[in-house]
Ligand binder design. Structure first.
Ligand SMILES: Cc1cc2nc3c(=O)[nH]c(=O)nc-3n(C[C@H](O)[C@H](O)[C@H](O)COP(=O)(O)O)c2cc1C
Length: 261
């Protein structure tokens, strides 16, 4: 696949993957390509775990599902992230950022704005939205053939020091490489972030994976081969809009248009 094509076609996979194991060759390709990423002083501060064991994936899935329910029920998620939610194509076109919640059960559609708001707790509870999202999350993770975990050495990942910042930049390069490589291999990937919002749950996963004390588990992705015919999760979103070049960049100094037209 052409590089530019891979960059443009790269997308988060929100839905289920094909019911097919990821080949050992492809797992090794992902690690090999990641190893070529830049890092400060070539420190290679990352270590990876490719999880294919169904029992471990199942345990992580349960934690991810429970985390989703907890975050939805206590309203933390909406308070923190409400500003990124869009509820119509018009809103999306106006801001050209955020995520458009464009797919949800018919019974919820009339309430979408209320549900995903500060005061939506009651309606959310009535329609069991947290459980619905939690079940989806658990199933999505449990049915993923591969989880890919990135940890950073605490020798470098020191959040209060520049090396910590550099480590995170380096990990970002790995993440984009994984995303492009999976795209080229006909695979998809999605962040599993909800357990990261609940420190004790993140710790549980880190324990399950036997990550040593001197490493910080920083990111978990679910991966698999794409299947375009897979149905979407019960509540789902799209986020393919992007701001224009002139909104994103300037020429020479801040505020000067990059592109003339
Ligand atoms: C740091 C970070 C955290 C993210 N967390 C999640 C997540 O928890 N769940 C999810 O589905 N996507 C997550 N994403 C993916 C973004 O939502 C996604 O990249 C964005 O909406 C653009 O969509 P696209 O990747 O399909 O282009 C995350 C992305 C980044 C960079």
């Amino acid at each position: 696949m052409d590089l530019f094509e891979a960059i443009v076609n790269r997308k988060t996979t929100n839905g289920f993957f094909a019911d097919k194991k990821v080949s050992q060759e492809h797992i090794e390709t992902l690690v090999k390509l990641s190893s070529h990423c830049p890092s400060h002083f070539n420190s290679q501060p990352w270590r990876f775990i490719a999880v294919t064991d169904e029992a471990i994936i199942g345990n992580i899935a349960k934690i991810a599902g429970d985390s989703m329910v907890q975050l939805m029920e206590d309203g933390r998620f909406w308070r923190q992230y409400r500003k990124y939610f869009r509820f119509s194509e018009e809103e999306m076109q106006k801001t050209k950022d955020g995520i458009h919640i464009d797919h949800l059960p018919a019974v919820l559609k009339p309430f979408v704005r209320t549900i995903f708001s500060e005061t939506g707790g009651k309606i959310m509870a009535k329609f069991k939205v947290p459980r619905m999202l939690g079940n989806d999350e658990e199933k999505l993770v449990a049915r993923s053939p591969l989880l890919f975990v990135i940890s950073l050495t605490k020798d470098e990942y020191k959040p209060e020091e520049l090396s910590g910042f550099y480590s995170v930049i380096s990990m970002g390069a790995v993440i984009q490489t994984l995303w492009l490589a999976t795209t080229a291999l006909g695979m998809g990937m999605q962040f599993i972030s909800t357990p990261g919002e609940i420190p004790e749950n993140w710790k549980k996963i880190s324990g399950l994976l036997k990550i040593p004390e001197n490493y910080e588990m920083c990111a978990i992705f679910r991966m698999g081969y794409n299947d375009p015919d897979m149905k979407r999760p019960s509540i789902d979103w799209r986020s393919s809009e992007r701001k224009s070049i002139n909104e994103l960049a300037y020429k020479n100094t801040w505020g000067e248009q990059l592109k003339n037209s």
